[in-house]
Write a protein that binds this ligand. Structure first.
Ligand code: NAD
Ligand code: ZN
Length: 352
């Protein structure tokens, strides 16, 4: 097992290791005096891991309640939030109790948002069961729900009390979802660590899960420690995401997030090469890595559609887009880009 200490507005540990799911009770007990633990899980994850988590929590003396949510992004809605709050109130859960998010990023974002607002805030624990949640969404304290007008429009910065990541739970993850997580892992290599990036070519991510997750969490921890509230440095984590979000939106969210991020990283790196901001070997290394993990590097959406979707994105401020641009593998720059230059970037990135 490995341990990463996060120090943000709240200090907490991220534990990564096989067997942690069945130790959830004692591990959660170590961080809370709560009587009741409410496990929130999706309808795919609950049958797989809900009872194991619950049994462990019961054995540690918690009253355990399970709140099931639908799988998929639709759970992260005002209605899903309302249903969770209603469940907590009906069961007389109070702020001294603890919520446990057992699942992917959807479950974590919704549960974290409810924990940060119910009775003005209560503890919550993340037990990520997707690779994306393990390396990204479970750490760093961003919580959110969606509005009909857009994703993650309502949320808080609210750190968990503990993150327990049992890589064995990833065994049941559909292959496509696993690959999406790989896109985020590759992202960490490109934005901050060439050696780590190289190791992903040497050994498949699946064969070094504990180390890979730990390394990504450490990288995210270091960024969050410097910029918890996303005012500068944390934007580096958006590498591939400006174009990626646009691809997701254009597809009506049929292109999965990780696939879209892969396309986004490829487009921005192609543009960087065309503009003389990085060498050819940087672009080639990225494309080779994405192909190795069977992630897409191109999109059929055109210049008009993509630029319109990008301009509709909430991350635009003062007429400037903040593009994250690789200089080499392991080094990226935040490039404030006037809106008028966006099409030029996309064209250079191979979008027609
Ligand atoms: N808070 C953050 O910092 C942050 C960062 C990145 C993404 N996000 C959010 O995370 C969400 C995406 O998360 P995700 O990719 O984990 O998707 P997800 O939570 O929808 O999970 C993907 C699918 O896998 C299933 N699943 C989960 N674990 C499983 C397992 N172990 N075995 C079998 N099936 C399993 C789920 O039921 C779901 O159908 C988005 O809403 C995104 O906005 C948040
Ligand atoms: Zn992402």
């Amino acid at each position: 097992m490995t341990k990463v200490e996060v120090s943000a507005s709240k200090a907490y540990q991220v534990l990564v290791g096989a067997g942690l799911l069945d130790q959830a009770g004692e591990r959660v007990r170590a961080v809370t005096k709560a009587e009741t633990a409410v496990v929130v899980a999706g309808d795919r994850v609950a049958p797989l891991y809900g009872e194991r988590a619950a049994a462990s929590l019961r054995a540690a003396g918690f009253r355990v309640l399970l709140h099931r949510i639908p799988h998929g992004e639709s759970a992260k809605s005002l209605a899903g939030y309302g249903a969770l709050l209603g469940f907590l109130a009906e069961n007389r859960v109070h702020r001294g109790d603890v919520l446990i998010a057992l699942g992917g990023g959807v479950t974590g974002d919704l549960t974290g948002f409810a924990a940060s607002t119910y009775q003005r805030g209560m503890d919550f624990v993340q037990i990520p069961t997707t690779l994306l949640a393990a390396v990204d969404s479970s750490v760093g304290g961003k919580t959110a729900i969606d509005l009909p007008t857009g994703k993650n429009q309502v949320g808080t910065f609210y750190q968990p009390a503990l993150v327990l990541c049992d890589p064995e739970t990833l065994d049941t993850l559909p292959e496509e979802e696993f690959r999406c997580g790989c896109a985020e892992v590759i992202k960490y290599g490109v934005l901050g660590d060439a050696r780590f990036f190289g190791s992903l070519a040497q050994t498949p991510i699946r064969e070094q899960l504990e180390q890979v997750i730990t390394h990504c969490v450490e990288m995210k921890r270091d960024i969050v420690a410097q910029d918890e509230y996303d005012r500068g440095l944390r934007q580096l984590l958006n590498l591939g995401h400006s174009v990626g979000h646009a691809v997701e939106a254009c597809s009506g969210f049929t292109v999965l997030h990780g696939q879209a991020v892969a396309v986004g990283m490829a487009v921005i790196t192609r543009a960087a090469y065309e503009k003389g901001l990085c060498f050819r070997n940087t672009l080639d290394a990225l494309l080779e890595m994405l192909e190795r993990y069977r992630l897409p590097t191109r999109t059929d959406y055109g210049l008009e559609e993509l630029s319109a979707a990008m301009l509709a994105d909430k991350k635009l401020s003062g007429g400037l887009l903040r593009l994250i641009v690789p200089r080499e593998i392991g080094q990226c720059d935040i490039v404030p880009t006037p809106v008028e230059e966006l099409r030029g970037w996309l064209r250079a990135g191979g979008i027609r």
